[in-house]
Structures are given as structure tokens and as C-alpha cells.
Design a protein around this ligand. Sequence first.
Ligand code: SAM
Length: 378
Amino acid sequence: MDPMSIAIEPVKELLDAQTYIWNHIYSYLSLMALKCAIQLGIPDAIQKHGRPMTLVELGTSLSFHPNKALSLGQLMRLLVHSNFFSKQLLSSSEEAFELTLKSQLLLKDHPFSLVPFVLMVLDPIFVESSHYLSSWFQNDDDTPFHTAHRKSLWECISCVPEFNKLFNDAMASDTQFVVNLLISSDEFKGLWEGVESLVDVGGGNGTMAKAIAKLFPELRCAVFDLPHVVQELTGYGKNLIYFGGGMFKAIPPAQAVLLKWILHNWSDEDCIKILERCKEAIPSKEIGGKIIIINMVVENNNENNIPDYLYSQLLLVLQVMNITTGGKERTEEEWRKLFISAGLNDYKIFRNIGSRSVIEVYTLNFLDACDIRKIFHC
Ligand SMILES: C[S@@+](CC[C@H](N)C(=O)[O-])C[C@H]1O[C@@H](n2cnc3c(N)ncnc32)[C@H](O)[C@@H]1O
């Protein structure tokens, strides 16, 4: 294109646009600075110190090379700007760093720690697939992950032991975060009330079920996952057992079936099959039966200025596109269609765990197909 043919914008606007692009493209360094801080244990060192920590104290406690003092200051400046740390001036005029709520969640032994999750998302195996988005749009591979690694995410998990561990630890840390919220907040009390038995389908290493079983000793819990996932896991307390099997064949019966971060991995067709098996496993709503789904309910908001949780949704939609074959994040309308197709009759959405929601889905015994349509207003 002839540069002379481009309409000349005022210089300030051109520079603003260039700065905007630079900030956008270099924002990966903000992520890498965060990863670096976690890998070095900076949040843990500040926590252990017990009071605001100077750069010299931080460098000494983490055995930094003396030549790196200036670089540590530059790293911390960026992380203060990203609100992971706050800074104060000591009476000695030295700067000292403190944790913010965000970096508290990056402490390795915090009960809500998100460290394994952050390390998984920023792992080269995961990041690599996003480099192949453009090729994937023009080839017939299932996912960009497949284009990048010539295998699916699940094949990669089963054949790369370190990645398997990274993935399982990440899932467990996210689950620990979610379950702590669900069992400690009054808003979700109703979820567990009256539930006598629960099966966590695709429950992995049982992080969710263990926390529920511990809090409610009368509630009988089961973790149901593929045989190789649960084969070495044993009971935890009297009220938790593990079952190996496949959710497309049959799900052990229980009053409540939990599906956390499962259905977005599967196509509509597969989700309907899974939901049909769930329906067979639970009693009707009248006697407390329910399916509890923890997943995103995508809100299509076309505004430019959207709240952070909606921005999270935009990003996670792309992440799911990157890694799952046929899976997707769904809008309420898309969920509703799945429920109807699986013969389920009613649902309720609790929209308040960040970018995700809890959906309770029920089957009502006394309704015929005609009534079902009335309930769903269609
Ligand atoms: C994304 S992980 C979610 C784990 C857990 N629910 C969580 O949120 O931490 C998906 C889980 O589904 C399990 N899974 C995959 N296919 C399955 C099948 N056919 N039957 C039962 N579980 C399955 C996987 O082994 C894995 O543990």
C-alpha cells in the first residue's frame, strides 16, 4: 500500500495506537514476570518475612546473584503495576514490598492457592498450541493443540508424565478454590442441603469429594473417573469411595451427580449422552435428585467496557477452542437445549463463581413431554 494514500491521523492518535499495540503484544512479558515470581517463590518469601521486604532482603533470602539486584527491582516494578504486590517507603527511604490479595492466592501453601493452575496455563505445552490458531483455522485438525503437538490434550496427558502431574495438580488447585467457596459461603448452602449421597463424575483425584465428605460426614460421596485415574486412589474417611468406569456407559446412582468442568470438553452429542446417564443415576426433583454442573454460562455482551468476569469468559472460550475436540463454552440457551434433549425438565443457575456458574438440573417424574415444554417456555 502506498503510504501516501493512507489518511494521515493526528500524530498523537497514531502514537496512541502504536502504544496500544505495544502494550498488547508485550503483555506476555507481564505473564512471564508473574510465572518467574512464582517459580522463584517471591510471594512465599515476602509472607515468611512477616513485614514489608526490601529488594536487598528479597535478593538475599532467595540467594540471587549480586549482579541481578537491578533486574529484580525492574521485575518487581512491573508486578507492582500489575497489582500483584504493593510498595511502601520505609523510614530508611528504602522501598519495601508487600503481598496483595492477588499474590496471597499465589502462595504455595495457601488453602486457595492457584499456583499449580497458573503454572499449567503458562506451561510451554499449553502456550504452544495458541501459536497454531491461524493454521488450525485453515486445516482440518480437531484443535490447535493437535496442530501443535500432533496429538490431543488427553493423549499428551496420558503419555507425558510431567504434564500429567501438572494438569492434575492444576485441576486439583482450581477445584480446591471452588469447593472452599461453595462450602464456606452462605450463598451456596442450598446446594448441599438435604443431599444424602453424591457422585463426582470425572472427579479426578477426589479433591472436591474429599472436601465435601469432610464437611458433611453424613453425606456419602463417590468419585467416579476412568479406571486408570482412580485405580491407585483409596477411600478417605468412612464416607468417600472411588469407582472406576466410563460416564458414557453408566454412572453410579446417587441423589446428586456433580459435573465440574466436564461438559465443556465434549460436543453437544456427547453431552446429551452424559446427561442421559446422569438422569438415570438420580431420583426425581421431588425427592431431592439433582445434577450439579459447574461450568461457564457465556453471556454475550457486546459492549467494549465489560466487567472482568466477562473478559475472563472471552479468554476461556478461546482456551477451550484451543484444546478440546468438539467441546465449547455454552450460553444459557445452549445449555437449555442440551437439558431438553437429555430429557431433563428444569434447571436453576447460580451465576456467581467468577466467570463460571453453578447450574442445578432436575428431572420431574410427573411430567410428560408437553409439560416439559411449558416449563422451558418453548
Ligand atoms: C477437566 S478434568 C476435570 C476434573 C475435575 N472434575 C476438576 O474439575 O478438577 C476432566 C476429568 O474427566 C475425566 N474423564 C474423561 N473421560 C471420562 C469418562 N469417559 N468417564 C469418566 N471420567 C472421564 C478425566 O479423567 C478427568 O479427570
